[in-house]
Design a protein around this ligand. Structure first.
Ligand SMILES: NC(=O)c1ccc[n+]([C@@H]2O[C@H](COP(=O)([O-])OP(=O)(O)OC[C@H]3O[C@@H](n4cnc5c(N)ncnc54)[C@H](O)[C@@H]3O)[C@@H](O)[C@H]2O)c1
Ligand SMILES: [Zn+2]
Ligand SMILES: [Zn+2]
Length: 394
């Protein structure tokens, strides 16, 4: 089959690889019909390169049709249409019982001290072959895949794998009070969808980014946008002014470790990427290499006693944090990988609603064949050609 493979820093290629086969009685094989390209893939494309191996199959946002199931997969049959959550969870361990599916104790990558295995995501997360491919082996298929109805287009459902539950959890963790306000920093797919969900819930929503078409997309749906590229304006001051001087009740950081405006850490990330993996892996995990400007902005902006919800991915350890401000402002902080199946049943009704309240039908900016993966990755990273969300159509 054809698959998008990682070959080096900023080097992905479509290669012919062996078709996946059932390895465990709890596996299923699906034929992939749509597969998203995510901001998390961009971390692998460059910054997290030391944790990758040449030939790794990328992708963690797939949906498709079941081809074959293992003997213990009783809830699925060939022909079923399914979306595959990006985290792999068993559904029956202690953590899964708490609905903390991204911490599943059956699939935890304990050798690395990490949580549940993820598709297409580095040695830290189990090096499981990913879903930007024609076929995918789905471990723990007795629990993971979400069955969706035949009929509506893939675009209706594919974001259940990651974007929707991640943005939904961002809002749940943000704890915005009824009629309250939330600022969303970063208007990539995750931040954009978080804004849509927040508007749907009746909150007042501020959206911050520096990419004109991303700001425009959010503004068109009713978000009050702030362009952070304007160096004369302090984003915190702008949002405070719009909220009676107090700041928003909640702030969602949908940027993560590759934030713009943190020059020192950017150089450190770059240098770590040049070192041999054996040196740079421990360095990246143990030393602070995150670019924290979005998080710092969130700490500055949130009102006293408010909540910050981090959905952007961070990776370092010893980055300096303004503990004085966090403590004095009495900030609440929640974060983590999305527990996909925790939210999917809550979201599904919005996706089969003819009115398409979250605008998923027109959310993707690009539908491309796998063969265009190299240019799609490059365009998404450079934010070129209006690239906000790419769906591969294997
Ligand atoms: N928690 C989870 O389960 C989960 C799931 C999916 C993605 N993520 C993470 O969410 C983040 C966003 O993903 P995405 O797909 O939307 O990616 P993306 O890279 O397209 O979005 C990031 C956006 O932030 C903007 N940005 C960068 N620096 C900024 C700054 N200082 N201030 C304001 N805006 C800034 C960029 O212009 C871009 O639009 C990534 O870190 C990704 O890894 C987390
Ligand atoms: Zn993703
Ligand atoms: Zn589990």
């Amino acid at each position: 089959m054809k698959a998008v493979t990682w070959q080096g820093k900023r080097d992905v290629r479509v290669e012919e690889v062996p078709d996946p086969v059932i390895e465990q009685p709890t596996d299923a094989i699906i034929r992939v019909t749509s597969s998203g390209l995510c901001g998390s893939d961009l971390h692998l494309y460059e910054v997290l390169a030391p944790f990758m191996t040449e030939g790794d199959i990328l992708g963690h946002e797939p949906m498709g049709v079941v081809e074959e199931v293992g003997s213990q997969v009783t809830g699925l049959a060939p022909g079923d249409r399914v979306v595959v959550p990006f985290n792999i969870s068993c559904g029956s361990c202690w953590m899964c019982d708490q609905k903390l599916y991204s911490q599943c104790e059956t699939t935890q990558v304990s050798d690395e001290g990490m949580g549940a295995a993820l598709f297409g995501y580095t040695k830290l997360y189990g090096q499981v072959p990913g879903g930007q491919a024609e076929y995918l082996r789905v471990p723990q298929a007795q629990f993971g895949p979400i069955k969706v109805p035949d009929g509506p287009s893939d675009d209706r459902f594919v974001y259940l794998s990651d974007v929707l539950p991640t943005a939904w959890q961002a809002l749940e963790y943000a704890g915005v009070p009824d009629g309250g306000s939330v600022a969303v920093i970063g208007l990539g797919p995750i931040g954009d969808m978080a804004c849509r969900i927040a508007l749907h819930r009746g909150h007042r929503v501020f959206g911050l980014d520096h990419v004109p078409e991303r700001l425009a997309r959010a503004r068109d749906r009713g978000v009050q946008t702030v362009d952070v590229s304007d160096s004369d304006t302090d984003a915190g001051d702008v949002v405070r002014e719009l909220t009676g001087g107090r700041g928003p009740d909640s702030v969602i950081d949908a940027v993560g470790m590759e934030a713009h405006g943190s020059t020192g850490s950017k150089i450190a990330q770059h240098l770590a990427g040049l070192l041999p993996d054996a040196v740079s892996q421990p360095m990246m995990a143990k030393v602070g290499l995150d670019r924290l400007s979005a998080f710092y902005a969130a700490i500055d902006m949130v009102r006293r006693g408010g909540t910050i919800s981090l959905s952007g991915v961070y990776g370092g350890q010893t980055d300096p944090l303004p503990m004085l401000t966090l403590f004095d402002k009495q900030v609440q902080l929640r974060m983590g990988q999305a527990n996909v199946r925790r939210w999917s049943d809550d979201i599904l009704p919005l996706l089969v609603d003819d009115a398409d309240p979250l605008g998923v039908e027109s959310f993707a900016t690009h539908h491309v064949p796998l063969s265009e993966a190299p240019s799609a990755y490059a365009d998404f990273q450079a934010k070129r050609n209006g690239t906000v969300k790419v769906l591969f159509k294997p």
